[in-house]
Each structure stands twice: as structure tokens, then as C-alpha cells.
Design a protein around this ligand. Sequence first.
Ligand SMILES: Nc1ncnc2c1ncn2[C@@H]1O[C@H](COP(=O)(O)OP(=O)(O)OP(=O)(O)O)[C@@H](O)[C@H]1O
Length: 734
Amino acid sequence: MASRQREYLTEEDRRFYEMTAQEAIVIRNARKCYTKNVAVLDNLNMVVSRGSIYGLLGASGCGKSTLLSCVVGVRRIDSGDIWVLGGKPGSKGSGIPGPRVGYMPQEISLVKEFTTANAMYYFGRISGVEDDVIEERLAFLTKLLHLPPRNTQVKHMSGGQQRRVSFAAAMIHKPELLILDEPTVGLDPVLRADIWDHLITITREEDTAVVITTHYIEEAKQADKVGMMRCGQLLTESTPGQIMTQFQCQTLEEAFLTLSQRQADNQERGITEVVSNEVTSHNPTEVNSMTVSLHNGHYSSTDNIISTEKQQIRDNEDIGKVVTSKWKKFRALLTKNAMQLVKHPGGVAFAVIFPVLQTFLFFNAIGEDPKNLHMAVVNKEAGNCNYSSIWGEVNYYEDTHDCDFVDLSCRYLHGFDDSIIIKDYYPDENSAVEAVRGGKAVGAMFFSSNFSKALRSRRDNGRFSTDEELEDSSVQISLDMGNRQIGLNLQKRLFDRFFEIQNSIMQECHIDPRFGEMPLRFEEPLFGSVNQKYSNFMAPGFLLTVIFFLATSLTSAIIISDRVEGVWDRTLVAGVTVQQILAAHIMVQFALTCIQVTLVLCVAILGFNLPCRGPLLAVITLVLMIGFCGMCYGFFISVIVSTHTVANYVSTGSFYPLILLSGCIWPMEGMPVFLQWVSRTLPTTLPSLSMRAILEKGYSIDESEVYVGFLIIGLWTVALMIMCILALRSKTAG
Ligand SMILES: Nc1ncnc2c1ncn2[C@@H]1O[C@H](COP(=O)(O)OP(=O)(O)OP(=O)(O)O)[C@@H](O)[C@H]1O
């Protein structure tokens, strides 16, 4: 197949592809824009040979780091070609990203909690190096680069020390290609000289190719080839000696200045010609590389056909030298994540204590009846109803079967629980109402001077009672409904007390109590109880929302931290996939979620007797699933935003809509229809109903009311995971 494809190649193409196999890096007409039509790399051509050092020089912002990130496959060019070690970065068989390349980005790109040894082991293991080899390399690199002691944490190192550890991490696995973005910045001249000596040694002895950027232009004299960049273009590419001869300069710095000036003049005159076209290369194949035209029709099919004998030998050596096991990489990722977690004991304590504290607060603060409510009472019938002396009487006369009432207002008033309703007596209606207006009481209650008498007349006269009798026999109540919850609660207590009195009077008057029954009769509830605590009603929604958002807030910063610290890109360059990174984070965070779920459920069920009439396993599974879903939402946030501040805005901003619409504060049935539909699609609404059905109704998972909640969480989880992976891939490909 490959040979048939080769038959279609022109002679020029054949030479080009042979060159891509021979050279470490071949770049042709590369163009990259971050913003539309503003090219950071503009028609750039470059060749880096194996076993050589390539010094990439250029002013700040000219595109060096962008170019290197495209070479290692962290970014992609918009057009043109980049071939690295015989393949296009990211294509099958190129080995890039992977352990064939060692990448030191411009930023330190190390986990701050790592020690020197941790960093070496992490980058060594994800590159597939055995632990004993890592130990040997660590000893060697410590000596070469004067690394800080193995147990020093990165965050406690000086800038120069961090840079050296970062440099060592790029070399730990002896890659074939070293991409170094300003490794020597901030280092002392002796160390810089040592580093250059080492680079020269590995290029000569191990055939390693090195691309190094530096702002110390003169140190690049030691490179085999120097490329000078300006405004996204390579102005020239040749040996340092040839460049200085060509521009008749004593130093590379002078040559660079001359070239830059020349390009600026050309631009002023509207000449877009790239100076590199004028350069005579020391290597004939390079000239070819600049002139070979691109045959798109054959190009993609040749991605995998480049495999020279030399390349094959190297690949085989690699397989023997670096056995990259997926599990080993994964273990390294898990260790890193766990270490990041453990080294923040405050964070772990927060993650464990906070949900317990919240659950504890919830069950203590919500659901108990309001107490110590002051009621302004005006009793014209019996004054202050001194408890011991005045107790309303019902006198039954056997002979006439008649019943007389005395001071029933006191019987009514004495029946309240004193810890709930505190009666404050006022002389008249106005002062009682004023007390309510002034916030001293939650309601005013007024009994007329002939309350009991009027009640008796009303009983005797029935529907022929006069207006006066009706008015005097009624307890007149004015409530402060400004606090609706308290007002309604009080209203219920006043009604309950009224029915109690009515029943006791009927009993004492020998009236069949059934006459007093309301025509509306409530049987025993089919599910739950009439006196269900409000906290038990809210508990499913509350517990699911707490677990969901805790998981969200713990994960919403993770990928951002990885990206900001630069560990993300570096890990990808070592050949770890986005899915592996995500899976390792999920595993570690999920372990924490399991602890949270266990604690929260223990506090709710064992500590506060939250009833669970259905299968407990279904409740645990549901809560774990919502934690997992919350984690995925957190990861999604950390993928789509790039700063911790915005991540906080997004997670806090989604908290309130979710809790308001979840039906745990107010039943979904009370919302406008369109909001009900929104509510139903949220990840906590139907699962809350499912959980309530398990807890209160004792339903199991085969009931539709229950499994629909599981389905919703499952769908959300899958959708969020897919969106995460897609967003990560598109970001990585940017
Ligand atoms: N992610 C990005 N989004 C948008 N613009 C970017 C991004 N990264 C870099 N740039 C822009 O691209 C240009 C080249 O940046 P790059 O970091 O590649 O330059 P550099 O030559 O490495 O600079 P220095 O020597 O200062 O590190 C700069 O103008 C920079 O502002």
C-alpha cells in the first residue's frame, strides 16, 4: 500500500519526505494565527537535524514559544506542515506527543507541592521510565544542574532552582528530541556553561536533537545551527559562523540586529520577501525543503509511510529502553493528584467537615416549630386568667341536660404550650394591635366581656343568633402575616386548640362527639405522616444539592490549576491523553466524594433520624451519582473557563438557580409551567423526587418515580463528560 502511494509522489516530494524521515524537525510554510488574520507564525520554514543543537533566537513576542508548542503537538498550525521525528505531531506513529520528546516550556510548569524527587518521578513515570532508572537519572541531573535537595518542595525553591528542576524533568527520560524554551534564563554563567556542555555531549553521544530558545544570543554560538526569528518569520537559518560571515559581524547579536533592521526596512517599503530565501544553507537538503511544493493530494496518505531503516532501529531501541505502560502513567497521575490533595490538609479538612457541618446546621435550623412567639391578649371576660384560680368551666345539668359555660376564654388560653406561645395581656384592643405593629407580638387576640355567655346563646339559638351574639362569641384574631411562615404556623395552632376545646366541651356536655366532626375527614396518609417535619421534606433536595455543589466547587479549579501551572501541556507532551488526565482526577476526587456522601448520610440518617423506608443502597447510589455528576460539572467549568475567578462566578452563579428550581424550597407544581419544564431537566429536581420516594414511600428502583431520577443523573453525567472531552480536545488543538 505504502509503496503504491509512493508511486504517485513527484521526485521533489519524495526528496522532501525522505528529509522528514532523516531530520528531527522539518517545518514548511507554517502559519498560525491566534486571532483572525494576525499571524504569529507566518510562512515559516525550518529544519532541525538529528544529533544537533538548534538555537532559536528572536525578540520577545516573535512567536518562538508558539512555534515550539506546535512542534510538540500542544498547539496546531493553521496551514503548512510540521514533521517531527518522521511524523506529524499527533498522527499515528509519529510518537509525538510521547516520550520521544522532552519539553521544557517557558513557564516553570511544575506542581507547586512537588518535591524535586516527586517532579522527577512524575515526569519519569509518565514517560515510562523504570523507578531505578529515574533514581539514577535524578542523581546524575542533581550533580549536573545543582538541583535542590530531593525533599525540597517546588514552592519553597528560588526561581533559578525551579527552572533547573523543570529542565531536569524534561531530560529525565533521555528523549530523542529536547525542546527547551529559555532553559538558561536567570542562571549563573557557570551553570549555563555546564548546561551547554551537557547539551553538546548528548547531541554527539546520544544523537539527541535539541531546540533551544534563549535571550542570551551569544550563548547560541555553541549551537550547530541558529535560526533567527522576527515577527513570526525565520529571517535566517545557518551555522553561527556562516551567519556572522554572511553579515560581516563579530557577534551573533550584531547579525541579528542587522537582519532585523533589514526586515523592518523591507516592510516599510512594502516588500514582503523573507530574507531566509536569500540564505545559503550549509546543508543541501535544507534548500530543497524550502522549494518543494506541496502536493495536497498525496500528502495525508503519506503520514505513515515514512520509516527509514535508521528510524526503525531507533524505534526498536526505544521500545527496549522505555516501556510506556498505560497503567504506569495512570498510577503516576493518580499519585500526583492524591499528593496535591493531601498536601493541602486545610482543603481536605474543609471537604470533609463542611458537608457534615452543613447537614448538622440544616437539621438543627430547619423544620422545628417556631418557639417563644408573643401573643397580645385582650380578655374582657376574665382579665389575665390567672392560671390557678380561673379555668373555664362547663357545667352540665343532669335534670335539664343543659350546659352552661363560664370563662371559656381562659380555658382556650390555658391550653397553649407556654414554650411556644407567650401570652402578654393588654388592657384594650388598640394597645394589643399596636404591640403587633411595633413587633412586640406576632398576633393579637380579643375576647369580649360576655364571650362564654354569647357562645352559649349561639349554641341555643343556632342560625337565629343575633349579629351581636355572633360577634361576641368569636375570638377575634389579628395576625402579623408579614412573616408568613410564623403566621401560618400560629393559625394552625389556634385552629387546633379551637377543635380541642370544642371536643372537650361536647364531651362534658354529653353531646355525641360525631356531631362536631367536619364533613371532611382525613384518613391516615398513604405515605409519610401529617406531622412530617419540614426538614424531612427538604432533606432530599438539600442533601443532593449540597453533595452536587461541593463536588462542583472542589473540581471546578482543578483543570484550571493544571493549565495555569503548565503541568497540563507538559503532561500531554509526555504522551498522556486528555481522557487519562481526566480519569485520574475523577478517581481521586470521587474517593473524596465517597467520604463526603458517607458522612452526610450518617449524620442525616443516624444522627437526625431521617426516615428511610426504602432500600438504603438505592439512596447511597443516588447520592454518589449526584456527587459524580457534580464533579463532572466542576470539570466542565474548569475546562471552559480559564481563571479561578470566573470558575467561582460560574459555580456560584449556577448554585442559586439550581436550588431555587429543584423543588426543595418550593414544590415544582407551584411554578409557572415553563419553569416546571426547566426544573424537570435539572440534575437535582427529579433525583430529589426519587430520593423522597425512596425515603418516604419506601419505593425501590423499579418504580418509575425512582428510576427516572437515576436516568436524569446518568444522562447529565454522560453529557457533561462528553462536553468536557470535546472542549478539552478543541482547546488542545488550538
Ligand atoms: N494563547 C494565546 N492567545 C493569543 N495570543 C497569544 C497566545 N499566546 C501567545 N500569543 C501572542 O503570540 C505572540 C507570540 O507569542 P510567543 O509566546 O510565541 O512569543 P515568544 O517569542 O516566545 O516571546 P518571549 O520570548 O517573550 O517568550 C505574542 O504577540 C503573544 O501575545
